[in-house]
Write a protein that binds this ligand. Structure first.
Ligand code: HAM
Length: 411
């Protein structure tokens, strides 16, 4: 038997109702807040992610599904299944000159992403993200709008008890100073850290702060290192920006905590970064991750454009929401005349009713049993009903039965 690939999942039955619910809430909440939908391709040039997400990140180094296509007669090109969607949205933003429209330009998306990670609860190789990206506004009002949209969306799904973790990574200049200080204080210990951290030390020392390796964690707990990590290092402008965001969040009654170890696993971030977590998710606790990426559009060849966004893992959302019951049918047609039954089903479906009938003319008792499990009403279409042109309708919740003389009354 051929099985699904490790780290992938089939979605059907009750879970598919949950998915539809999540998608329809995303559409409502994000579109109410002025985000338009964007769908970008599932594969892109490998270079987009190498440059956009950053070649010192785990995603680019270890987790990409990359293929070489083209043979001797074509120049081979390297494509990658998207591991995330911010780089693709930025590519589309530049390619279609969207910056020419008056800012802000706001997008939301929903779709599959691919990362070759070790599968475990909450971590898949094909997973789905729902997210937003907002371009053109440097002010903290944009950060507040994006975080508010995440919180409102979670609230619409009944998840109103999650706390937002926040940090500011500062701008290029303060990030550089911080990076140098971290390198200096870690220099005597780097030989004892894991191989990944040795590489990060050279390429992206801030990523050492969220290394999960126990030996590295112990080193990070040392007082002289903690002191540097926890120091306020961001410049006055970045501090004002962060303080303004906090004023907005207080005004909006959004719960948050500041986590100075929050650095995020992608290279494009500056200033605000945030995650929304739930203990219910175990070790993969982040349901949402996002932040500002003011340099990315320019870095990928577009005009200098401030931007901020987030993405949530749909499978992790599903794990947090109690399963929804499949919505019941409006009618189940109980009949031994399948031709009349299918005709009536079609007429009712054209009136936007959910209808099923029995395809095999089974005994009425069997059909009624099926009806009471799946529908609100049974329409009984026996010989008498067909001959005289009326309907017997049974309310399957209270057992009441009525005779209805024509189709309009039935509706
Ligand atoms: P990320 O933190 O890599 O950020 O992913 C966002 C969310 O996707 C995570 O919080 C998690 O819920 C879900 N996720 C990530 N990897 C997996 C996986 N292997 N299995 C299941 N769920 C997963 C980004 O992707 C950024 N593009 C977010 C962003 C948008 N920043 C700015 N704009």
């Amino acid at each position: 038997m051929i099985k699904a690939q490790r780290g992938t999942k089939d979605i059907f039955g009750e879970e598919s109702f949950l998915w539809q619910h999540i998608l329809s809430n995303a559409q409502t909440v994000f579109q109410n807040a002025g985000f338009g939908e964007i769908k970008t391709p599932i594969f892109e040039a490998t270079e987009l992610f190498a440059r956009g997400v950053g070649d010192s990140t785990d995603i680019v180094n270890k987790e990409m599904y990359t293929f070489s296509i083209g043979g001797a007669d074509k120049s081979a090109s390297s494509i990658t299944l998207r591991p995330e969607n911010t780089a693709g949205v930025v590519r589309a933003y530049i390619e279609h000159n969207i910056s020419r429209q008056s800012p802000p330009q706001k997008f939301w998306y929903f779709g599959p992403m691919f990362r070759y990670e070790r599968p475990q609860a909450g971590r898949q190789r094909q997973f789905n993200q729902v997210g937003v990206e907002m371009f053109g506004v440097e002010k903290a009002s944009a950060d507040a709008e994006v975080i508010l949209s995440a919180v409102e969306f979670l609230k619409s799904l009944g998840l109103d008890n999650l706390s937002v973790e926040l940090n500011s990574l500062g701008c290029k200049k303060c990030k550089n100073d911080y990076r140098e200080n971290i390198k200096k204080v870690l220099a005597p210990y780097i030989a004892d850290m894991c191989d990944d951290c040795k590489m990060r030390y050279e390429k992206n020392p801030l990523r050492i702060l969220d290394c999960k390796n126990e030996d590295c964690q112990k080193i990070l707990e040392k007082d002289e290192i903690k002191e540097i990590i926890l120091k306020d290092y961001i410049c006055e402008d970045c501090k004002t920006h962060f303080d303004e965001l906090i004023e907005y969040l207080d005004e909006l009654n959004i719960k948050y905590s500041i986590n100075k170890l929050l650095v995020r696993g992608l290279d494009y971030y500056n200033r605000t970064v945030f995650e929304i977590k739930s203990e219910k998710l175990g070790s993969q606790s982040a349901v949402c991750g996002g932040g500002r990426y003011d340099g990315l559009v320019e870095m990928l060849g577009g005009p200098s454009t401030p931007a901020i966004g987030f993405a949530m893992g749909v499978e992790r959302l599903c794990a947090l929401i109690d399963n929804l019951e499949a919505p019941k049918l409006d009618y189940f047609i109980v009949s031994n005349n399948t031709k009349e039954a299918i005709k009536l089903a079609s007429k009712l479906r054209n009136e936007n009713k959910k209808v099923e009938f029995d395809y095999q003319s089974r005994k009425f008792a069997k059909q009624l049993e099926k009806a009471s499990k799946s529908a609100k009403y049974a329409i009984i279409l026996g010989e008498d009903e067909i001959e005289k042109g009326f309907y017997s309708v049974k309310n399957l919740e209270n057992g009441e039965q009525k005779t209805i003389s024509n189709f309009d009354d039935l509706i």
